[in-house]
Design a protein around this ligand. Structure first.
Ligand code: ADP
Ligand code: MG
Length: 211
């Protein structure tokens, strides 16, 4: 069952779970916002688990290494993402949600739709495969930023060798994120300062009556 689960007795929330996902292209501030949100929710007395994809598990590690040491074939890469996510779901996400923790992820299957979409797979088909084993989040916060600002934040300067490739790839990812129209998808203007973006994240969570 999906959605915010709040049992209220005499106005006191007894238990709830919440599955929050940050998405957006590189440099939009996902890692920064995961940290700020985790701190804020922990300060409110909630148990918070943060994690990222690809994970630090064996499949995720292979994916990270392949980014440096020569890329895998598109199919090998997609298979590894799915193996990594299956483990993530079974070993971390589901157990944490089941005991009432808040789970905050830095990327999830929406990133696979975007980045493996670039490599030739149909994003809709990727989503269909993932929804068979990966629970839907309660909220997906998409951090939106223009390509120039995103590239400058991650240190890609004009004229650098792979800039055009990176630009083209990021634009396509941006387009996949832009195409998501689920009710649980909220878009956040990531051009503002980290603190202002954090306030907008809190506002988005308030709008679904989480906090
Ligand atoms: P992501 O995880 O989406 O790639 P990061 O959180 O790692 O993004 O941020 C990328 C870089 O931009 C980091 O150097 C970070 O300090 C900086 N940064 C993050 N958020 C902002 C912001 N709102 N404004 C300016 N710089 C930011
Ligand atoms: Mg990051």
């Amino acid at each position: 069952m999906r959605g915010l689960q709040v049992q209220v007795l005499l106005g006191v929330p007894l238990s709830f779970f919440m599955f929050i996902v940050f998405e957006g292209i590189d440099g939009t501030g996902k890692s920064t916002q995961v940290r700020l949100l985790a701190e804020a929710l922990t300060a409110r007395g909630l148990e918070v688990i943060t994690s990222k994809e690809p994970t630090d598990g064996p499949h995720g590690t292979r994916l990270r290494q392949s980014a440096q040491s020569g890329r895998l074939s598109p199919q090998e890469e997609l298979d590894l993402f799915h193996l990594d996510r299956r483990e993530h779901v079974e070993n971390l996400i589901k157990p944490a949600l089941a005991r009432g923790a808040v789970v905050i992820l830095d990327r999830y299957f929406f990133s696979t739709m975007a980045y493996q979409g670039i490599r030739g797979f149909d994003p809709i088909e990727i989503r269909r495969i993932n929804e068979k084993f990966a629970p839907l989040p309660d909220i997906v916060l998409i951090l939106e930023l223009d390509l120039d600002t995103a590239l400058s934040r991650i240190g890609v300067r004009d004229g650098q060798g792979n800039e055009f490739e990176q630009r083209d790839a990021l634009q396509k990812c941006h387009d996949v994120f832009a195409s998501l129209d689920d009710d649980f998808v909220h878009r956040i203007d990531a051009r503002k300062s980290p603190e202002e973006v954090h306030s907008d994240v809190i506002r988005a969570l308030s709008s679904i009556q989480f906090i």
